[in-house]
Structures are given as structure tokens and as C-alpha cells.
Ligand binder design. Structure first.
Ligand code: NAD
Length: 485
């Protein structure tokens, strides 16, 4: 069935005045409509107003951002409702996203002070050395659809705090939330020219990233897009580029007596947000002797998970995926596994062919000759059975990505070995692969990022360090190597 839920990219590309729409994945109702933005105009406006923002004392910038967080905290419902409508995620989860947006300001203020602290020390003869930081200028922020407020906000707030101006291009699948975020920043006192919104799809994204007047690119999205951005900027080493990309994340279940908790942690890791978190587990690696009991419990829990619309009562565990095209792709992937040597542990189903609701799919891929190392962004879990711990670690590392990984069970020695040998930016023990803390850095290695983790470390790339040696008056002598007068 043709995708009714989002406008294909081609309607956005090539037409600056193209109509953009977003639809509620759960109902198909229109949520937002507008037109694609003008890249040159938005960048020019941000460039023109940036000097006013950077000239403000830091305390004034903090005031505006705190006001934004306080107002949103006092009235979170409209944003949570819009997130739920535009992404299809359950209301409880949309509310949690808004809480993260509010919390970001205080965390970023702390991170800015800590990560980009000023330092001065006195030297000899009235000299001193000073370390200070300067903003880059105009930063492009490009966001994904799965956390349409929290993730771009995680780049926008640190960038503004450091004194940059921002041109934000939200995902073309969630423009309404992006618009609301920017409107709230303006209402809280961030000047309109200092944070701009640019609506559009990949065409606008490409033009923004490579715009000569953009000094940096803060991107969250797929590895495919991140690589395209990196390639397009190969001749611009002067632009700071932070890429937060996807993962093919492993969760390893080893020796544990608490199979019920292990199963719950696997289900949370794999199916939270309908599998639409970059940190969701995609691959369950399990000790073969534990597999029958664990998979039995996982099946029982997944059978009870409520898949439903955001405002359903009782609240669903997970909503639909973002659109019909995505649901089609995931169903095709599930069938691909079955036709390529995998066994179904739990069939992925689509109860209503006209809507993108999916029930969790689980496949055992142990005997598959070649397993694809791709991120399947939805509720689809692959299971690999192994007989020893070294094999489990090798399987965990059998990916070009490296975002998150978790070990469930095992001894402290097992965890030490897991931590030391698994390549990922987030490594957890007896906790899900997802649900990262904003007060920690968040990012991955391999295809998951370019070593510029976001969250607490976003401050690092929103300003650059300037080292100075200073004296109040010029005073100098040449001690050695000077001929007599
Ligand atoms: P996407 O890569 O399709 O799009 C992200 C943004 O890039 C959108 O605004 C899009 O319009 C823009 N874009 C697309 N092509 C472009 C191009 N060639 N040049 C410039 N911009 C372009 O990602 P998505 O499907 O919206 O989001 C899901 C992906 O995001 C998943 O892969 C997920 O793992 C990843 N993600 C990563 C993190 C993280 O922190 N590492 C967090 C959330 C999501």
C-alpha cells in the first residue's frame, strides 16, 4: 500500500516552496503542514544575528535557556501531545521525552562549566597563561524523527549556551515538534535570529551542511546520512562535525538464575519505543544452555506487550513505527530472515495493514550462513546461541557499529572481560542497552559516531579552546645571542 503518512522526499527536493506535511502514524490524520525553508535566507539571518548573541554575558544566555526549560516544565502537555501525535509514541514516553528536554538546560550549564572551564595561572614577570573558549559561529543541527525534541535539543542547548547561533533542520517526518521547540525558545527570550528553523528533507539538509556560512554540523540520524555528510565535507576540515549515528547493538545473556529479569531486560532493550531507539538491542547473544528458558520467558512477556495508539487506555507499551513505508521494510526484513535460514521465534505481525503497528518479531539467526550487519530500526530481534563466553564477545563485536552493548548475568570477572573487549560507547551490566543518562557522554565508535559523543560531552565541540599568554604591559629582553652594543 502506498505510504499515506509522509511525503516522499522527492516532493521536497528541488522545490523550495514544496508543501510539507506530517501525519499521525496511529491514525493517518494530518498533524502539521508548511513549506520547505530557504537555506540561504536562514543561514544569512543566523549569521547576521550571531554577534549580538555572542556579545551577551553568559549569564544572560543562561537566563533565556532556563526560562525556556521552566516554562516547558510548567506546561509540558502540549509538547508531549504533539510528540505523541507526530511520532506515534505512547503518551507516557512522550512525557518522558519532554522531561529530558527540560533537564537538558541545567545539565548543559554544568557541562559547559566543567568541560570548557576557563583557567588562568600566573607566570613570571607579570605574565599569565589563560585558557578560554570561543563559539564556532553558525551551527547546523540536523535531527532524527525518533526523539524529535530531545535529540536536536541536546545539540541546540549546548550550542546556544556556548554562544553559537543555530539553524535547525528537523526531520521531515516530525516538523511540527521541531517548530514547537523553536517557537518555545523564541518565546523564552532567545532572539529569533539566533535560532532558526529550516523545514525540508534531504535536499535542504545537504544544502545546509555544505553552506559556506555554516561553521559546524551537529547531526543525529542514520549512518548512511552521517557518512554522506562526512563525505560532502571532506574538503572542509575547518567545519566541526559531530555525527551521532545508529547501532547494531548486542545484548549478551550469560549465567544467571533470574531468567525472568533477564527476559524483561531483553524485552525492554529490544522493543522499547517500538525498537526505534538508536540504543535498542538488535541482537540477543545467549548461552545455549540458557536459551530455551530465556526465549520462553521472552515470548511470554512479548505476548503480553500492548501495542497501541499513544492515547489508548490502558497505555500501550509501544506505539506504531513512524510510517507505513518503514513498517513495510521491517516486515520484508523479517521475511528475508525466514527465507535465508533463520527460524521464527515470534512472528512479527501487522494487525492493520493500513497502519504501521507491528508486533515484536524475534528470529533465531544462529544457523544463518551470512548475517546482515545493518541497523533494523524497529521491533525486530535476532538471536544467536553460543557455547562459550569468548564466542559471545566475538559475536557482540561482529558489527561495524559500536553504540551500546549490555551483559545480563555473568560474574564480576565476566563483566570486566566484557567491558574490556566489547567495542561500544555505552556498555551496561544488568541494565538495558537503552535508557542512557544525559549526565554522561552518549555516543559510539565504528559506524555509530565520529568520536564526538553528545549529551554531557556536547559542550566539547560547541566551543573551541583558545590558549593565551598575556602581560598587562609589553616588557621584553633578549638574554642570549645578542651582540654587544
Ligand atoms: P536520517 O539519517 O534519515 O535523517 C536524519 C536527518 O538528516 C533528517 O533531518 C534528514 O532530513 C536529514 N538528511 C537526510 N539525508 C541527508 C543528507 N544527505 N544530507 C544532510 N541531511 C540529510 O535518520 P532518521 O531516519 O530520521 O533517524 C533514525 C536514525 O537515527 C537511526 O539510524 C538511529 O539509530 C539514528 N539515531 C541516532 C542517535 C544517536 O544519538 N546516536 C539517536 C537517535 C537516532
Amino acid at each position: 500500500m502506498a505510504d499515506q503518512l509522509h511525503v516522499p522526499d522527492k516532493t521536497v527536493e528541488g522545490m523550495m516552496t514544496a508543501q510539507l506535511t506530517s501525519h499521525d502514524p496511529a491514525t493517518g490524520d494530518l498533524v502539521w503542514q508548511g513549506t520547505a525553508g530557504d537555506v540561504d535566507a536562514e543561514v544569512a539571518r543566523a549569521r547576521a544575528d550571531w554577534p549580538l548573541w555572542v556579545a551577551l554575558p553568559l549569564a544572560k544566555r543562561i537566563d533565556s535557556l532556563k526560562r525556556f526549560a521552566e516554562r516547558l516544565k510548567a506546561d509540558p502537555e502540549p509538547m508531549a501531545t504533539l510528540i505523541a501525535r507526530e511520532t506515534g509514541k505512547p503518551m507516557w514516553e512522550a512525557k518522558a521525552e519532554v522531561e529530558s528536554v527540560c533537564a537538558k538546560v541545567d545539565i548543559s550549564v554544568k557541562a559547559y562549566a566543567e568541560r570548557t572551564a576557563q583557567r588562568r595561572s600566573d607566570g613570571t614577570m607579570g605574565t599569565r597563561t589563560a585558557l578560554r573558549h570561543k563559539p564556532h559561529g553558525v551551527m547546523a543541527v540536523l535531527g532524527p524523527y525518533n526523539f524529535p525534541a530531545h535529540l536536536p535539543n541536546g545539540h541546540i542547548i549546548p550550542a546556544l549556551l556556548a554562544g553559537n547561533a543555530v539553524v535547525f533542520k528537523p526531520s521531515e517526518k516530525t516538523p511540527g515538534v521541531g517548530q514547537m521547540l523553536v517557537d518555545l525558545l523564541h518565546a523564552a527570550g532567545v532572539p529569533e535570529g539566533v535560532v532558526r528553523i529550516l523545514h525540508g528533507g534531504p535536499d535542504q539538509g545537504r544544502a545546509l551542511v555544505s553552506h559556506a556560512d555554516v561553521d559546524g554540523v551537529l547531526f543525529t540520524g542514520s549512518a548512511r546520512t552521517g557518512i554522506a555528510i562526512n563525505r560532502s565535507l571532506a574538503a572542509r576540515p575547518d567545519k566541526i562535525v559531530a555525527l551521532e549515528m545508529g547501532g547494531n547493538n548486542p545484548i549478551v545473556v550469560w549465567d544467571t538464575r533470574d531468567i525472568a529479569s533477564a527476559a524483561t531486560l531483553v524485552v525492554q532493550s529490544a522493543f522499547m519505543s517500538a525498537g526505534q531507539r538508536c540504543s535498542n538491542a538488535r541482537r540477543l547473544i545467549v548461552r545455549d544452555t540458557l536459551a530455551p528458558a530465556l526465549l520462553d520467558d521472552i515470548r511470554k512477556i512479548t505476548d503480553r506487550l500492548i501495542v497501541g495508539a499513544p492515547f489508548d487506555d490502558p497505555q500501550p507499551f509501544m506505539g506504531p513505527v513512524i510510517d507505513n513505508e518503514t513498517a513495510d521494510g521491517l516486515m520484508e526484513s523479517f521475511l528475508y530472515f525466514l527465507s535465508s535460514g533463520a527460524q521464527s521465534i515470534r512472528f512479527m505481525t501487522r494487525p492493520d495493514e493500513s497502519r504501521p503497528f507491528l508486533t515484536p518479531g524475534i528470529v533465531d539467526v544462529t544457523t544463518m550462513a551470512e548475517r546482515p550487519d545493518i541497523e533494523l530500526f524497529g521491533p525486530l530481534l535476532q538471536v544467536v546461541r553460543v557455547s562459550d563466553f569468548d564466542q559471545a564477545i566475538a559475536e557482540a563485536n561482529a558489527t561495524a557499529y559500536g553504540l551500546s552493548a549490555a551483559l545480563i548475568g555473568g560474574s564480576p570477572e565476566d563483566y570486566d572481560k566484557f567491558w574490556a573487549n566489547v567495542r561500544a560507547g555505552v556498555i551496561n551490566w544488568n541494565r538495558p542497552t537503552n535508557g542512557a543518562s544525559s549526565s554522561m557522554p552518549f555516543g559510539g565508535v565504528g559506524l555509530s559516531g565520529n568520536h564526538r559523543p553528545s549529551a554531557y560531552y556536547a559542550a566539547d565541540y560547541c566551543a573551541y579552546p583558545v590558549a593565551s599568554t598575556e602581560a598587562e604591559v609589553p616588557r621584553a629582553t633578549i638574554g642570549i645571542g645578542l651582540a654587544q652594543d
